[in-house]
Design a protein around this ligand. Structure first.
Ligand SMILES: NC(=O)c1ccc[n+]([C@@H]2O[C@H](COP(=O)([O-])OP(=O)(O)OC[C@H]3O[C@@H](n4cnc5c(N)ncnc54)[C@H](O)[C@@H]3O)[C@@H](O)[C@H]2O)c1
Length: 174
Protein backbone atom coordinates (compact mmCIF):
# COMPACT_ATOMS: atom_id res chain seq x y z
CA UNK A 1 0.00 0.00 0.00
CA UNK A 2 1.18 3.56 -0.69
CA UNK A 3 1.11 5.66 2.47
CA UNK A 4 1.93 9.32 2.93
CA UNK A 5 3.25 9.90 6.45
CA UNK A 6 3.61 13.57 7.35
CA UNK A 7 5.93 14.42 10.21
CA UNK A 8 8.10 11.39 9.34
CA UNK A 9 11.15 12.93 11.02
CA UNK A 10 9.20 13.43 14.24
CA UNK A 11 8.76 11.06 17.14
CA UNK A 12 5.47 9.39 16.23
CA UNK A 13 5.77 9.88 12.46
CA UNK A 14 9.18 8.16 12.43
CA UNK A 15 7.93 5.08 14.28
CA UNK A 16 4.82 4.95 12.12
CA UNK A 17 6.80 5.19 8.87
CA UNK A 18 9.29 2.60 10.14
CA UNK A 19 6.55 0.08 10.98
CA UNK A 20 4.93 0.62 7.61
CA UNK A 21 8.09 0.11 5.52
CA UNK A 22 9.03 -2.89 7.65
CA UNK A 23 5.74 -4.57 6.76
CA UNK A 24 6.29 -3.81 3.08
CA UNK A 25 4.35 -0.62 2.46
CA UNK A 26 5.63 2.10 0.17
CA UNK A 27 6.00 5.26 2.24
CA UNK A 28 6.47 8.88 1.28
CA UNK A 29 7.65 10.69 4.41
CA UNK A 30 7.04 14.43 4.39
CA UNK A 31 8.57 16.77 6.95
CA UNK A 32 9.93 20.31 7.04
CA UNK A 33 12.56 19.19 9.60
CA UNK A 34 12.01 22.30 11.67
CA UNK A 35 14.18 23.31 14.61
CA UNK A 36 11.55 23.01 17.36
CA UNK A 37 14.00 20.54 18.88
CA UNK A 38 17.44 19.23 17.85
CA UNK A 39 17.44 18.71 14.10
CA UNK A 40 20.20 16.09 14.42
CA UNK A 41 17.70 13.75 16.05
CA UNK A 42 15.31 14.20 13.12
CA UNK A 43 18.11 13.65 10.58
CA UNK A 44 19.16 10.47 12.43
CA UNK A 45 15.59 9.15 12.20
CA UNK A 46 15.47 9.92 8.49
CA UNK A 47 18.78 8.10 7.98
CA UNK A 48 17.22 4.98 9.52
CA UNK A 49 14.16 5.26 7.29
CA UNK A 50 16.27 5.82 4.16
CA UNK A 51 17.82 2.36 4.63
CA UNK A 52 14.50 0.92 3.47
CA UNK A 53 13.87 0.71 -0.26
CA UNK A 54 10.21 1.45 0.25
CA UNK A 55 10.91 4.85 1.85
CA UNK A 56 11.19 8.19 0.06
CA UNK A 57 11.63 11.49 1.83
CA UNK A 58 10.19 14.82 0.76
CA UNK A 59 11.31 17.92 2.62
CA UNK A 60 8.31 20.20 2.44
CA UNK A 61 6.15 22.40 4.60
CA UNK A 62 2.51 21.43 5.01
CA UNK A 63 1.60 25.10 4.89
CA UNK A 64 2.94 25.19 1.31
CA UNK A 65 -0.26 24.42 -0.55
CA UNK A 66 1.37 23.78 -3.92
CA UNK A 67 3.99 21.44 -2.48
CA UNK A 68 1.34 19.40 -0.67
CA UNK A 69 -0.89 19.24 -3.76
CA UNK A 70 2.11 18.10 -5.83
CA UNK A 71 2.98 15.40 -3.31
CA UNK A 72 -0.55 14.00 -3.55
CA UNK A 73 -0.67 14.25 -7.35
CA UNK A 74 2.71 12.60 -7.88
CA UNK A 75 2.80 9.96 -5.13
CA UNK A 76 -0.93 9.14 -5.21
CA UNK A 77 -1.16 7.79 -1.65
CA UNK A 78 -3.81 5.23 -0.79
CA UNK A 79 -3.63 6.21 2.87
CA UNK A 80 -2.49 9.33 4.70
CA UNK A 81 -1.18 9.49 8.25
CA UNK A 82 -0.95 13.13 9.24
CA UNK A 83 1.50 13.46 12.13
CA UNK A 84 3.28 16.66 11.16
CA UNK A 85 2.28 19.19 13.72
CA UNK A 86 3.50 21.86 16.05
CA UNK A 87 3.38 19.97 19.32
CA UNK A 88 3.66 21.35 22.85
CA UNK A 89 1.87 24.24 24.50
CA UNK A 90 4.42 26.64 26.00
CA UNK A 91 6.13 27.26 22.63
CA UNK A 92 2.91 29.04 21.61
CA UNK A 93 3.78 32.05 23.74
CA UNK A 94 6.98 32.61 21.70
CA UNK A 95 5.77 31.44 18.32
CA UNK A 96 1.97 31.42 18.03
CA UNK A 97 1.96 31.36 14.22
CA UNK A 98 3.74 28.00 14.13
CA UNK A 99 0.53 26.41 15.45
CA UNK A 100 -1.86 27.88 12.90
CA UNK A 101 0.56 27.26 10.03
CA UNK A 102 1.24 23.61 10.82
CA UNK A 103 -1.90 22.48 12.62
CA UNK A 104 -4.62 24.47 10.87
CA UNK A 105 -3.38 25.52 7.42
CA UNK A 106 -1.25 22.39 7.10
CA UNK A 107 -4.10 20.08 8.04
CA UNK A 108 -6.42 21.89 5.65
CA UNK A 109 -3.89 21.39 2.85
CA UNK A 110 -3.72 17.67 3.65
CA UNK A 111 -7.50 17.35 3.51
CA UNK A 112 -7.68 19.34 0.29
CA UNK A 113 -4.88 17.34 -1.28
CA UNK A 114 -6.55 14.09 -0.29
CA UNK A 115 -9.95 15.11 -1.59
CA UNK A 116 -8.57 16.42 -4.89
CA UNK A 117 -6.56 13.24 -5.39
CA UNK A 118 -9.38 10.76 -4.84
CA UNK A 119 -12.54 12.62 -5.81
CA UNK A 120 -12.84 10.60 -9.03
CA UNK A 121 -12.25 7.23 -7.37
CA UNK A 122 -14.72 4.89 -5.66
CA UNK A 123 -14.38 4.01 -1.99
CA UNK A 124 -14.08 6.13 1.13
CA UNK A 125 -13.85 9.83 0.42
CA UNK A 126 -11.52 10.46 3.30
CA UNK A 127 -9.39 8.14 5.33
CA UNK A 128 -7.00 10.24 7.34
CA UNK A 129 -5.44 9.26 10.66
CA UNK A 130 -4.49 12.19 12.84
CA UNK A 131 -3.25 12.72 16.35
CA UNK A 132 -5.21 15.30 18.29
CA UNK A 133 -3.90 16.06 21.73
CA UNK A 134 -3.59 12.69 23.43
CA UNK A 135 -6.05 10.88 21.17
CA UNK A 136 -5.62 9.41 17.73
CA UNK A 137 -8.65 9.77 15.49
CA UNK A 138 -9.33 7.81 12.35
CA UNK A 139 -11.78 9.70 10.21
CA UNK A 140 -13.48 7.85 7.42
CA UNK A 141 -16.27 9.60 5.59
CA UNK A 142 -17.87 7.34 3.00
CA UNK A 143 -19.54 8.37 -0.21
CA UNK A 144 -22.83 7.05 1.16
CA UNK A 145 -22.47 9.32 4.19
CA UNK A 146 -21.86 12.25 1.88
CA UNK A 147 -24.99 11.42 -0.11
CA UNK A 148 -27.03 11.05 3.08
CA UNK A 149 -25.80 14.45 4.26
CA UNK A 150 -26.53 16.00 0.87
CA UNK A 151 -22.88 16.94 0.37
CA UNK A 152 -21.63 17.63 -3.12
CA UNK A 153 -18.93 15.34 -4.56
CA UNK A 154 -16.60 18.32 -4.90
CA UNK A 155 -16.67 18.62 -1.13
CA UNK A 156 -14.38 21.21 0.38
CA UNK A 157 -12.37 20.51 3.48
CA UNK A 158 -14.26 22.92 5.71
CA UNK A 159 -17.52 21.24 4.77
CA UNK A 160 -15.98 17.87 5.45
CA UNK A 161 -14.93 18.87 8.95
CA UNK A 162 -18.43 20.21 9.58
CA UNK A 163 -19.93 16.99 8.27
CA UNK A 164 -17.72 14.94 10.52
CA UNK A 165 -18.86 17.00 13.49
CA UNK A 166 -22.52 16.67 12.48
CA UNK A 167 -22.64 13.00 11.64
CA UNK A 168 -20.82 10.80 14.11
CA UNK A 169 -22.06 7.71 12.28
CA UNK A 170 -19.91 8.73 9.33
CA UNK A 171 -16.78 8.63 11.43
CA UNK A 172 -15.01 5.79 13.21
CA UNK A 173 -13.10 6.76 16.34
CA UNK A 174 -10.19 4.53 17.33
N1 LIG B 1 4.55 12.54 21.53
C1 LIG B 1 3.43 12.21 22.18
O1 LIG B 1 3.46 11.63 23.29
C2 LIG B 1 2.08 12.52 21.58
C3 LIG B 1 0.94 11.96 22.14
C4 LIG B 1 -0.31 12.20 21.56
C5 LIG B 1 -0.41 13.01 20.46
N2 LIG B 1 0.70 13.56 19.94
C6 LIG B 1 0.53 14.41 18.77
O2 LIG B 1 1.12 13.73 17.65
C7 LIG B 1 1.65 14.69 16.75
C8 LIG B 1 3.11 14.39 16.51
O3 LIG B 1 3.79 14.42 17.76
P1 LIG B 1 5.32 14.09 17.88
O4 LIG B 1 5.59 13.82 19.31
O5 LIG B 1 5.72 13.09 16.86
O6 LIG B 1 5.92 15.52 17.52
P2 LIG B 1 7.32 15.86 16.83
O7 LIG B 1 7.55 17.32 17.04
O8 LIG B 1 8.38 14.90 17.25
O9 LIG B 1 7.01 15.57 15.29
C9 LIG B 1 6.32 16.46 14.46
C10 LIG B 1 7.07 16.52 13.14
O10 LIG B 1 6.30 17.34 12.26
C11 LIG B 1 7.20 18.20 11.57
N3 LIG B 1 6.42 19.38 11.21
C12 LIG B 1 5.90 20.31 12.04
N4 LIG B 1 5.28 21.25 11.35
C13 LIG B 1 5.39 20.90 10.03
C14 LIG B 1 4.97 21.49 8.83
N5 LIG B 1 4.28 22.65 8.82
N6 LIG B 1 5.25 20.87 7.67
C15 LIG B 1 5.94 19.70 7.66
N7 LIG B 1 6.41 19.11 8.78
C16 LIG B 1 6.12 19.71 9.95
C17 LIG B 1 8.34 18.50 12.53
O11 LIG B 1 9.54 18.85 11.86
C18 LIG B 1 8.46 17.17 13.27
O12 LIG B 1 9.45 16.35 12.70
C19 LIG B 1 1.38 16.07 17.39
O13 LIG B 1 0.16 16.57 16.89
C20 LIG B 1 1.24 15.74 18.86
O14 LIG B 1 0.47 16.71 19.54
C21 LIG B 1 1.95 13.32 20.46
Amino acid sequence: MKVLVTGAAGFIGFHTAKKLVERGDEVLGLDNVNAYYDVRLKEARLDILRRHNGFTFLKADLADRDAVARAFAEFKPERVVNLAAQAGVRYGTENPHAYTESNVTGFLNVLEGRIAAISDRPGPLVDVTLAVGRATIVARLSRRSCERLGLAPGLKAWALVKAVALDRHAVGFA
